[in-house]
Design a protein around this ligand. Structure first.
Ligand code: TXA
Ligand code: MG
Length: 359
């Protein structure tokens, strides 16, 4: 992967909630964006790979850095509400209400694009995705940059999204100009995407802003049916059709009563070892903190606590961990009882290429 020009040196700078930025380094990061370079930055959801979203050649550079298909559109990140009027058309009363309620925050909205937004940024579509991240460091950086910043998740295409700067380094070191290290992100999975170009807005990707939260503010919203159909329908967010968020190993999600699931996973491990399909150390188990101790065999990775609500935050880090452990198959618990189950199970099932076993 890379730009084919030989590695560049990626500069790492720090942002902390208490200390903010070193002023000079913030200016430098903003300057890199204005000059057409690429800067990875933290948001409350995942790290983004940012560049000037109004310049076609910069969007092309973003696709190249990620190794991403160029039909997969980018989200424009803004720091102030008034920037929306420059890049989007047909802003409705519903949009105003949602922006008041959820911006800054993990909600991306899709509008008809204004002419200044290049088709290179929107993957050839006449619509544009926009969000205002709820992260002080990101907002400060975006404000300084002064332009809408196109930013996909800062991972190599096909790998799990980065939730810490070390993940960005694994994928993009030597390929991009700068990384702003803001520590661990707060949410851990990508924003909710809501298509505002339909009369009844459509959720194209579930996220931390749930269907219920949206309909409490604007009334009826619907889920894109393609999200539920395990690959049969074509999703309207082009990115949702790829098997991304994926670890290198094959993966199976076990669904059903939790105690039965843990028991069934354990039996599956035994049968793999017994029939020679896999050695115990080649089998990964994705489990909640509460059940992680109950598996005698296999490489167990804890994905956080069901009770403390940390599963979302740790899910991508856990999937990356399995790559480091070089397992060949991952058996995963499921998390349907959580409030954010729609978003979390969407990511897990995509990572598994929709392979499930009902217990
Ligand atoms: O939380 C997030 O949204 C993160 C952070 C960095 O802000 N960004 C992110 O970007 O997840 P990315 O590029 O990994 O995912 C963008 C998704 C893709 O599935 C893409 O197809 C969809 O948004 N998308 C973007 N523009 C669209 C449009 N005009 N119509 C439909 N889907 C669109
Ligand atoms: Mg992504």
């Amino acid at each position: 992967m890379g730009n084919g020009e030989g590695a560049m040196t990626t500069k790492y700078i720090k942002w902390t909630p208490a200390g903010g930025f070193d002023r000079d380094e913030l200016s430098e990061a903003a300057q890199v964006i204005r000059e057409g370079g690429l800067v990875a930055f933290p948001t409350e959801t995942v790290y983004g790979l940012g560049g000037n979203g109004l310049r076609p050649e910069v969007s092309k550079k973003i696709y190249a850095a990620k190794g991403r298909p160029s039909d997969n559109p980018l989200i424009l990140h803004i720091a102030e509400r008034k920037q929306l009027d420059l890049i989007a058309r047909g802003i409705s009363g519903k949009t105003e209400k949602l922006a008041d309620a959820f911006w800054p925050g993990p909600l991306t909205m899709i509008f008809e694009k204004a002419s200044c937004v290049p088709y290179e940024t929107t993957g050839g579509l006449g619509t544009v995705a926009v969000r205002m991240p709820d992260h002080t460091g990101a907002l400060e950086f975006l404000k300084r940059a002064g332009v809408p910043v196109a930013a996909p998740s800062a991972n190599t295409s096909g790998r799990p999204s980065p939730t810490k700067a070390a993940h960005v380094r694994e994928d993009l070191d030597g390929i991009i100009d700068m990384v702003i290290d803001g520590g661990d992100v707060g949410i851990g999975y990508e924003s909710t995407i809501l298509d505002m170009t339909e009369t009844i807005p459509v959720i194209l990707r579930p996220g931390a802003v749930t269907k219920k939260m949206l309909s409490d503010v604007i009334g009826e919203v619907v889920m894109d049916p393609a999200l539920m159909s395990a690959g049969r329908d074509r999703p309207k967010a082009p990115g949702m059709k790829y098997r991304h968020y994926a670890p290198k190993a094959d993966m199976i999600v076990f669904q059903g009563n939790l105690a039965a699931v843990a028991d069934r996973i354990q039996k599956q491990v035994q049968s793999y070892v017994c029939d020679g399909s896999y050695k115990a150390e080649e089998i990964g188990i994705l489990a909640a903190e509460e059940t992680a101790g109950s598996y005698p065999e296999g490489q167990v990775v804890s994905v956080g606590s069901r009770k403390k609500g940390t599963v979302g935050k740790m899910i991508y880090g856990a999937l990356r961990k399995f790559d480091e452990l070089h397992v060949k198959i991952i058996l995963s618990e499921s998390f349907y009882e959580l409030e954010q189950q729609e978003a979390i199970m969407n990511r897990l099932l995509k990572a598994a290429g929709q392979r499930t076993i009902d217990v």
